[in-house]
Design a protein around this ligand. Structure first.
Ligand code: AMP
Ligand code: MG
Length: 194
C-alpha cells in the first residue's frame, strides 16, 4: 500500500500568528526527521491575481468582488492539488475570509474536493491580543476592527469548520497561540502533525 502524506490545513484570523506557529512546528519536526512542505494558499491566489493586474498587495484580494475571489480560490486549489506530492503538506489558509460582502468560506466544497485534508487546525487566541498584534504589524495591511468583530470572525470560523468536518471526515483541532505561550501553541500543532 502506498503511504500517502498527511494533509493539514492551518487556519486562523489575520494576525493570529498562523505562519509563525507553522514555521515553529516545521522546525521542531525537521529536528525529529519528519518533513513537511508548507504551502501558502494566499500566495497561490496572489500570483494569479498579480498576473491579471487585479491587486498590488495580498491584502487587497479580500476586497475584490466575490466572484473574482472565488475564481482565484479555484485557481489556487487546483494548483495546490496539481503539486501531487506524496509528502506531508501543511496548507496555510483561512476558514473564512472577511469580505465587504460578508464572510466567504475559505474551503467551499469545490476547494475541499481538491484538498481533502486529514485535519483542519484553527489557530486562535483572545481577540484583544489579535487586535494588538494587528496594530503592531507594519508589514501587512491588516483590517482595523474591534475585539467584538474579531471574536465574531473566530466564532464563524469554528462554525464553518464544522461543515468541513462533515464533508471530508477531517478532524478539527483548536490550537491556542497566546501571548508569551508561542512554544505551547507550536507544541500543540506538532502533536497533530507528528
Ligand atoms: P494570508 O497571507 O494567509 O493572510 O492570505 C492572504 C489573502 O489570501 C487573504 O487575505 C485572502 O484574501 C486570500 N486567501 C487565503 N486563503 C484563502 C482561501 N482559502 N479562500 C479565499 N481567499 C483566501
Ligand atoms: Mg500568514
Amino acid at each position: 500500500m502506498i503511504e500517502l502524506g498527511k494533509k493539514v490545513v492551518v487556519t486562523g484570523v489575520p494576525g493570529v500568528g498562523k505562519t509563525t506557529v507553522i514555521n515553529g512546528a516545521m522546525e521542531r519536526l525537521a529536528a525529529e526527521g519528519i518533513a513537511y512542505e508548507a504551502v501558502n494558499f494566499g500566495t497561490f491566489m496572489f500570483d494569479a491575481a498579480r498576473k491579471e493586474n487585479l491587486v498590488s498587495n495580498r491584502d487587497e484580494m479580500r476586497k475584490l468582488g466575490k466572484d473574482v475571489q472565488k475564481r482565484l480560490q479555484q485557481v489556487a486549489a487546483s494548483g495546490i492539488a496539481a503539486m501531487s506530492t506524496d509528502a506531508n503538506v501543511i496548507i496555510d489558509t483561512h476558514s473564512s475570509v472577511k469580505t465587504p460582502a460578508g464572510f466567504l468560506a475559505g474551503l467551499p466544497e469545490w476547494v475541499l474536493r481538491e484538498l481533502m485534508p486529514d485535519v483542519v487546525v484553527l489557530v486562535e487566541t483572545d481577540p484583544d491580543q489579535i487586535l494588538m498584534r494587528r496594530l503592531g504589524d507594519a508589514s501587512r495591511v491588516r483590517d482595523m476592527e474591534g475585539a467584538r468583530a474579531i471574536a465574531e470572525h473566530q466564532e464563524f470560523n469554528r462554525a464553518v469548520s464544522a461543515a468541513y468536518a462533515m464533508y471530508t471526515g477531517c478532524t478539527i483541532k483548536i490550537v491556542r497561540n497566546e501571548n508569551f505561550l508561542l512554544e505551547r501553541g507550536i507544541g500543540d500543532l506538532v502533536d497533530v502533525l507528528r
